[in-house]
Design a protein around this ligand. Structure first.
Ligand code: GLN
Length: 190
């Protein structure tokens, strides 16, 4: 049976993820309401603007359902702003939402403004070929807890990691035709 993967649809690169998932032959659905989570095998929290996504998650009453989905052990993939939302990031000084799904501290917009957006290829643990990665005002991961597995670095900065059912990348995997990392996520599901 095909896997059903949801893309959290409050702000950001939702359509791009739905299109990429469609190419991979899974059932891809937009997730706007708490009840939309019930049918899912996995969820992608897309890139976009983490402050806006966090605010909309709260306003639309989705925070509890996101947390219970995580507790159920369902697969979650946070990309770029989605990575920021999955972090613990205890040192951040705002009350922006942090779900704490992965024990890691992040540096928002960590690659600076001059090179805010760029494309590169990265070695990724568990994937044989280098993967294409598009960074757009991307964060990087400053530090990870002892149980977190680092999957990729760029310029000595951690840009992909996983812990149990949660995978995060600082870049957008859905904006290239290299689907290796999305497939890596789908392989986590069964
Ligand atoms: N800079 C954005 C943030 O801090 C993330 C950018 C992205 O998701 N492409 O939320």
């Amino acid at each position: 049976m095909s896997k059903t993967i949801g893309v959290l649809d409050v702000q950001g690169a939702v359509r791009e993820h739905l299109l990429a998932l469609g190419v991979l032959g899974v059932i891809a659905v937009s997730v706007k309401k708490a009840e939309d989570f019930d049918a899912l095998d996995g969820l992608i929290i897309p890139g976009g603007e983490s402050t806006a996504i966090g605010r909309l998650i709260r306003e639309q009453g989705l925070e509890d359902r996101l947390r219970s989905f995580h507790k159920e052990g369902k697969a979650i993939f946070g990309t770029c702003a989605g990575l920021i939302l999955c972090s613990t990031d205890e040192s951040h000084e705002t009350d922006d939402l942090r779900l704490g799904f992965i024990d890691m501290e992040v540096e928002r917009n960590g690659f600076g403004r001059q090179i805010a957006s760029f494309e590169t290829s990265l070695d990724f643990a568990g994937i044989d070929q280098p993967v294409e990665a598009v960074f757009i005002r991307a964060p990087y991961i400053q530090s990870v807890g002892p149980d977190v597995k680092v999957l990729a670095t760029y310029d000595d900065k951690i840009v992909a990691a996983e812990h149990e059912n949660v995978l995060v990348t600082a870049y957008h995997p859905e904006l290239t035709e290299d689907y290796a990392v999305l497939n890596y996520f789908l392989d986590k599901i069964y």
